[in-house]
Design a protein around this ligand. Structure first.
Ligand code: BG6
Length: 493
């Protein structure tokens, strides 16, 4: 982590679930590492009328673990938090906010730096951005940055409209569009693996790669978020953003430097080069599905349509699998299979690159070499190479070279939100979404949405399984198979 930063951080959505689960712990992590120290204040805003004291109690509770050291630090940390009841549509409230920020700026000797964080219902993002401008909340003497949460739009048109409204107040260099997957240790580590190893660099090419598979599996269902999820579905919720970002890291050209400009340039090109399907081609390349009721380990799990807040005839997909192609010269023809869903066998984000096996050689047909990157819950990677089977001359069998970060060390490393807020405080946009990336990924996804809107069928899968049968057929058709096929029995990955 880097040097101490001074800032007044204004959090729109200060009483929300995201703030309590992710943002306060992330800010506390930065406090414990000394990135936030003496010269910072956080203003939490939301509609409900809370006192500063009550707000500090909430913050303390959100960050406390059982250690005595953390408890003492949590109180000192929480003393930097202030609460402002705020109606985002009322211009007068912004004046109050501005005055409070100016007062805290002086009190904590902040020097004019402002970080605005939009962590609330997305329909208010545009209103907040325009009021920040009209009520002149941006300062002249420090940095002004905006962190904005997903969902960034609902389709290309709404994303473009939202972008127009925030760029009326902030320029691109001040906007930090969050995709928390870009803050994950092993998502970032893809770049090091790809570009830091001659062994992999040399074969990261269509001549050697058979397929790439990206799985973002969740064991949980829709939880308390049916209201949001019904309007989203797995394609918007996970594919347009998290899956696409991993895909870009796996297929983009080598950036000329690890700077935001250079990384965004190659990522934007990777998205530009995605092979766009026509609506008619969607059915052959994308599968959706919805989970149905099942009993898992003796517990009855409701189907998606039985969940609270879900329409009985809901056509919202809780699973997506796809066969994505790119026209990038280095990868043309290599299928990139993706899948994500709720209520799958278990939680795991992992990527497997399968290399083309030699059909016949000195040893006859050989098993394929594979590289698997474990993003979570365990963090590490495995390489399968063929070795001689013990005691048998000239007989090969796949052997796994396995690396995992030590779980205790991984837990102590900064979590995704902590890394990303740290980056934003230091003005590093590398791990945030540039507008070009969002524009391209929405355009890609819009075609699939349009095709599905005309399709009245909804394949199903039993909760606890890895999606509908069609998701298996999608690969088998061309002689591919899902590399990861978990059974319901818990197995270490
Ligand atoms: C969010 C989605 O962006 O990512 C959620 O809205 C999903 O539906 C979550 O559960 C998954 O994130 P993670 O970090 O738990 O893999």
């Amino acid at each position: 982590m880097s040097k101490e930063i001074s800032a007044v951080i204004t959090l729109f959505g200060g009483s929300g679930d995201l703030a309590q689960r992710k943002l306060y712990p992330a800010l506390f992590g930065l406090y414990r590492r000394g990135v936030l120290k003496d010269h910072f204040a956080v203003i939490g805003t939301a509609r409900r009328p809370w006192s500063d004291e009550h707000y500090r109690d909430i913050v303390r509770e959100a960050v406390c673990d059982d250690s005595i050291e953390a408890t003492a630090q949590a109180s000192a940390f929480a003393s930097h938090f202030y609460y402002q009841s705020h109606d985002v549509t009322d211009a007068a409230h912004y004046t109050t906010l501005k005055e409070l920020a100016a007062q805290l700026d002086e009190q904590y000797a902040v020097g004019g730096n402002r970080l605005f964080y939009m962590a609330m219902a997305p329909n208010f993002f545009a209103t907040i951005a325009s009021h920040l401008k009209s009520e002149a909340l941006l300062t002249e003497d420090g940095f002004n940055r905006l962190i904005i949460e997903k969902p960034f739009g609902h389709d290309y048109a709404s994303a473009a409209a939202l972008n127009a409204s925030i760029t009326a107040t902030f320029d691109e260099r001040q906007i930090y569009r969050i995709d928390h997957y870009l803050g994950k240790e092993m998502a970032q580590a893809i770049l090091g693996l790809r570009f830091g190893n001659p062994l992999l660099r040399g074969v990261w090419h269509k001549d050697y790669i058979h397929d790439i598979q990206i799985t973002l599996a969740e064991a949980v269902g829709v939880e308390e978020r049916a209201g949001y999820y019904e309007t989203s579905g797995a394609l918007r919720d996970m594919v347009q953003n998290h899956v696409m970002q991993l895909l870009a890291y796996l297929t983009m050209d080598e950036p000329s430097a690890l700077t935001p400009e250079a990384v965004h340039e190659v990522k934007a090109r990777a998205f530009d080069q995605l092979h766009r399907y026509t609506e008619a081609e969607v059915a052959a390349n994308f599968v959706r599905g919805q989970y149905t009721a099942a009993t898992i380990a003796g517990t009855a799990i409701p189907g998606y349509r039985e969940e609270d807040g879900v329409a009985q005839q809901s056509m919202t997909e809780t699973f997506v699998a796809g066969r994505i192609l790119t026209d990038a010269p280095a990868f043309a023809g290599v299928p990139i299979f993706i899948r994500t869903g709720k209520r799958l066998t278990r939680k795991s984000t992992q990527v497997t690159v399968t290399f083309k096996p030699q059909a016949a050689g000195l040893f006859g047909a050989q098993p394929a070499n594979t590289l698997t990157i474990y993003v979570e819950p365990s963090e590490g990677f495995s390489l399968e190479l063929n070795g001689q089977a013990l005691g048998q001359t000239n007989v090969l069998e796949p052997e796994e070279l396995r690396f995992r970060h030590d779980p205790a060390a991984a837990k102590a490393a900064p979590e995704a939100y902590e890394r990303l807020i740290n980056d934003a405080l230091h003005g590093d946009q590398t791990n945030f979404n540039h507008w070009n990336e969002l524009a391209q990924t929405w355009r890609y996804v819009d075609v699939i949405l349009a095709a599905w809107a005309k399709d009245e069928t909804m394949p199903t899968y039993a909760a606890g399984t890895m999606g509908p049968d069609a998701a298996t057929a999608l690969l088998e058709r061309d002689g591919h198979h899902w590399f990861w096929q978990p059974t319901r029995i818990q197995m270490a990955d």
